[in-house]
Design a protein around this ligand. Structure first.
Ligand SMILES: C[S@@+](CC[C@H](N)C(=O)[O-])C[C@H]1O[C@@H](n2cnc3c(N)ncnc32)[C@H](O)[C@@H]1O
Length: 217
């Protein structure tokens, strides 16, 4: 794949402005969710679409949890530079047993899934009953924005994502608009000529959702 064809999250322009977290808001929404769900040391947490492993490292160091990350891109994993807990895999076929995790984070990734209901079914499977799903992602103001490789091209309307999450067996506890983080990242990317790649001027927003798997042990 040529450099020009690379998705935004594999390009230096994004890393230069966003750092190790390849998403709007950096750790702000990660920490907001971790505190809201009350992560405690020793719990098992999975980050799907872990990128460079920043969230896995953050959850381990700040909350004392046992955290793993799943990431399909060899490029991302090679740049993660041997960080512990990262395994190669796809979010819709997770290499973990059912009922393993107390919480699952999926930050700026779900919109990239070809089959989001299947991905959500995998999230449900690997979570323990009562486990938390933390989703942050782009959302579109209308029907799917497109079918290209970038998050901005594939963002879905928020009510559609919420319906899929509920249909997947979760109850939604928190649903918040954090579009200001997207505007901030787009503004910083604009200096590199990449503002449009993350939704600048395309009517997109950014949300945080916290949902809980239903069912008893
Ligand atoms: C915008 S980046 C976000 C990375 C990381 N969550 C972060 O916020 O720093 C999107 C990531 O999702 C990964 N990805 C794409 N399709 C995926 C899939 N089907 N399952 C899991 N991860 C996927 C990409 O390789 C990329 O690392």
């Amino acid at each position: 794949m040529s450099l020009a064809q690379r998705p935004l999250w594999e390009r230096e322009e994004l890393r230069a402005v966003a750092g190790e977290t390849l998403r709007p808001g950096g750790f702000t929404l990660t920490d907001r969710a971790a505190e809201r769900i009350g992560l405690v040391p020793g719990q098992r947490v999975l980050d799907v679409g872990a990128g460079l492993g920043a969230t896995v490292a953050r959850l381990r160091s700040r909350y004392g949890v046992r955290a793993w990350g799943v990431e399909p891109s060899a490029d991302q994993l090679s740049r993660a530079d041997g960080q512990p807990g990262l395994v190669r895999g796809c979010g819709d076929r997770l290499p973990f047993r059912s009922g393993t995790f107390d919480a699952l984070f999926c930050e700026c990734v779900l919109s990239l899934f070809d089959d989001r209901p299947r991905g959500l079914a995998e999230f449900y499977r690997v979570l323990k009953p009562g486990g938390f799903l933390v989703l942050s992602d782009l959302c579109a103001s209308g029907p799917l924005a497109g079918s290209g490789a970038s998050c901005a091209d594939r963002a879905a309307p928020l009510d559609e994502t919420a319906r899929l999450v509920r249909d997947g067996g979760f109850t939604i506890d928190v649903l918040e608009d954090h579009s200001a983080h997207l505007r901030d990242l787009a503004a910083r990317l604009a200096w590199t000529g990449e503002g449009a790649s993350c939704g600048c001027g395309r009517g997109l927003g950014y949300f945080l959702m916290i949902a809980q798997k239903q069912g008893a042990d």
